[in-house]
Design a protein around this ligand. Structure first.
Ligand code: SAM
Length: 251
């Protein structure tokens, strides 16, 4: 998160909405829908079952904690004891490989925030998430967009060069993860989601470089330049916020 002053600068330059605002709206909608579905099925009060896939060290779903009956997080890295107090369960699962980690139709809502760009096989992960979601359940994704020239340049760098840059733009070393970017533009993501039969796929694009890099002034300024470069070209903005629904009927 950037300082209030930098946030005000971004708003003055029209770098709105933020990813956080879009994500909040998408998750509010997903939770409302899931609750309505459970109420219609006779459950009162509804107790949602949700998954944060690639849960890292924070979750945008945590603000809905009081409406969630079972909150599960998965990641390839095990968190320190007590680090994610809002979770009921944590499981060490590789999203691309752990097909049997959960029974089919377990979750009402799945969030996967800034994780897709790290996956070796996003198609396999989307198929797993589709299976673990209840029919019609909501998937909410955020990830980076290769169609932004800075993102494309960053992903094209050799790993050693990225490793040098990441500690400068990231908040701390724990946020530095290997990047793959196998499925990181709107068309590739739509195709991968369609292959797993997701429905009602919606892709929003937003400028997020200055906010993501904004703790240090030079990185903030570079990010702002990048966000302004793509402000008028939606398909090239740096970041994607995607919503989709699991197929109503199993394959
Ligand atoms: C940039 S962090 C995002 C963390 C958190 N979702 C957030 O928005 O703050 C990416 C996370 O994805 C996890 N990750 C990377 N590859 C994964 C995989 N194959 N399966 C599960 N998690 C993975 C990383 O360990 C890391 O915690």
């Amino acid at each position: 998160m950037v300082s209030e002053g930098r946030e005000a600068t971004l708003r003055r330059f029209g770098i709105v909405p933020s990813v956080a605002e879009l994500l909040r709206a998408a998750l509010d909608d997903a939770v409302e829908r899931a609750e309505a579905g459970r109420r219609a099925a006779g459950e009162a009060p509804p107790a949602l079952v949700v998954l944060d896939a690639g849960c890292g060290r924070s979750s945008a779903l945590a603000r809905h904690r009081t409406r969630i009956g079972r909150f599960v997080g998965v990641d390839i890295h095990v968190p320190a004891p007590g680090a994610l107090p809002y979770l009921d369960e944590f499981a060490a699962v590789d999203l691309c490989a752990g097909a049997d980690a959960f029974p089919p139709a377990t979750f009402d809502v799945v969030l996967s925030s800034f994780t897709v760009e790290h996956l070796a096989d996003p198609g396999a992960a989307f198929a797993n998430l589709a299976r673990w979601l209840r029919p019609g359940g909501s998937l909410v994704l955020t990830t980076v967009n290769r169609r932004h020239p800075f993102v494309a340049a960053y992903l094209a760098m050799p790993a050693w060069a990225r490793q040098r840059i990441q500690p400068v733009v990231k908040a701390c070393a724990a946020d530095v993860h290997p990047l793959v970017g196998a499925c990181n533009d709107p068309a590739a993501l739509r195709a991968a989601l369609a292959a797993s039969r997701y429905e009602d796929v919606r892709v929003a694009t937003v400028g997020h470089l200055a906010r993501a890099w904004g703790r240090r002034l030079p990185a903030f300024a570079l990010g702002l330049a990048g966000d302004l470069l793509a402000r008028g070209i939606p398909s090239r903005r740096s970041t994607l916020v995607i919503t989709a629904r699991a197929p109503e009927r199993a394959a």
